[in-house]
Design a protein around this ligand. Structure first.
Ligand SMILES: [Zn+2]
Length: 381
């Protein structure tokens, strides 16, 4: 197996409690794993060496929330929203029509393009949801195509009730034939628990059906209103409650005392011109926080994890270190993965090299392309 030694690492921010932050460091890649890391002076020999000339190295970002399987374009809806029209959950239906009509080749190419954007933004693991088919055939195509490019596939048949469809009949379909078709190709089940989408009892029924089919639960919760989504996520030990924009004190307590990660999606608040979630309150309460892109064609069409980090620092009062941790360790926790999100011996060699001496630059230089290289399983992409 080939070994590669990364030398000249100005700052190695491992996000691992044992290794912490090292200056003037080196890291040995052994196959797809990290074989060694530490001070450059003690580096072992390797088949190849690669000098990073003082750059900062981080774990690859883990994007635990993305909707990448779709066709169509909603730029006009964005422009209308910026002209003063409010964001609602209903615009999803226009993407559904385009996605149903799209051949597999088009959906596959669109996903590959977005995956390429994510890699260029330093993301080494991404989650991908279905939810723009809303019929069994298209939801099945969606999870199958997503599974070609990531192991973190989420069945989101309960995104909205499709147009001209009876609500109860649709829920029966989602929990019945659609779920049993999609479950073999997915790891997760998710519901858009929100005014205009699905209420708490409906969401609970879908998540329980998904759990019974062998899937793990996660939930869109408390994006537009402080409904009961977060409480439901905690009740079902969901890996993540996503959005958490409107939280009560009881929601903060519930998240802090649970294994459910609060996943914050500031690119959505940015793109919908909405108030940001209170990350400070979550962190101070002791909740585990993740940052993700929520890349989707409606409420936030960005693959830029660095911009999400910059917004978390500038708008949500996270420190740069907290924001980077949320984009790495936090994302891994939101996917219940312990092989990614931190750099330590034996973990996956998924890492990002910044064109900067420190990760502080991710927030200090917003909008600047600072990703020098992304390494995926020990290979630069
Ligand atoms: Zn979402």
């Amino acid at each position: 197996m080939t070994t590669t030694l990364l030398t000249g690492i100005g700052l190695l921010a491992t996000q691992d409690d044992e290794f912490g932050e090292l200056t003037d460091a080196a890291l040995l890649i052994d196959g797809d794993r990290i074989g060694w890391l530490g001070p450059a002076a003690g580096a072992p020999a390797a088949a190849r060496a690669h000098d990073l000339a003082g750059r900062c190295v981080l774990p690859g970002f883990v994007d635990s929330h993305a909707h990448l399987l779709f066709a169509g374009d909603r730029a006009a809806e964005f422009a209308a929203r910026m002209s003063g029209q409010p964001y609602t959950a209903g615009g999803i239906r226009s993407t559904v029509a385009a996605t149903r009509a799209a051949p597999d080749a088009l959906l596959r190419a669109n996903l590959a393009r977005l995956a390429g954007e994510l890699h260029a933004a330093g993301v080494t693991t991404f989650e991908c949801k279905s939810g723009y088919g809303l019929d069994t055939a298209t939801e099945l195509r969606s999870v199958r195509l997503a599974a070609e490019q990531t192991p973190e596939v989420t069945f989101l048949g309960a995104h909205v009730v499709p147009a001209d469809t009876d609500r109860a009949e649709y829920l029966d379909l989602v929990c019945g034939e659609m779920l049993s078709s999609c479950a073999p190709h997915a790891r997760w089940v998710d519901v858009f628990c929100e005014r205009g989408a699905f209420d708490v009892d409906e969401s609970r029924a879908v998540l329980r059906a998904g759990i019974a089919a062998g899937l793990l639960p996660r939930l869109h919760a408390n994006q537009l209103t402080a409904g009961g989504g977060v409480q439901l996520a905690v009740e079902l030990d969901a890996a993540s409650a996503d959005h958490c924009t409107h939280l009560t004190a009881a929601d903060l307590d519930a998240l802090a005392g649970s294994g459910t990660v609060a996943t914050l999606l500031p690119l959505v608040e940015f793109s919908t011109r909405s108030p940001y979630p209170d990350a400070r309150a979550l962190l101070d309460a002791g909740a585990t926080v993740a940052l993700a892109t929520d890349c989707n064609p409606g409420s936030g069409y960005s693959t830029s994890m660095p911009l999400a980090i910059a917004l978390a620092v500038r708008e949500m009062r996270m420190t740069p270190a907290e924001a980077v941790r949320a984009a790495t360790v936090g994302g891994a926790a939101a996917l219940r993965r312990d092989d990614i999100g931190r750099l330590a011996v034996g973990r996956r060699a998924d890492l990002v090299v910044l064109d900067a001496p420190s990760y502080l630059h991710l927030a200090y230089r917003p909008g600047v392309p600072l990703i020098h290289q992304t390494w995926l399983g020990g290979v630069p992409v």
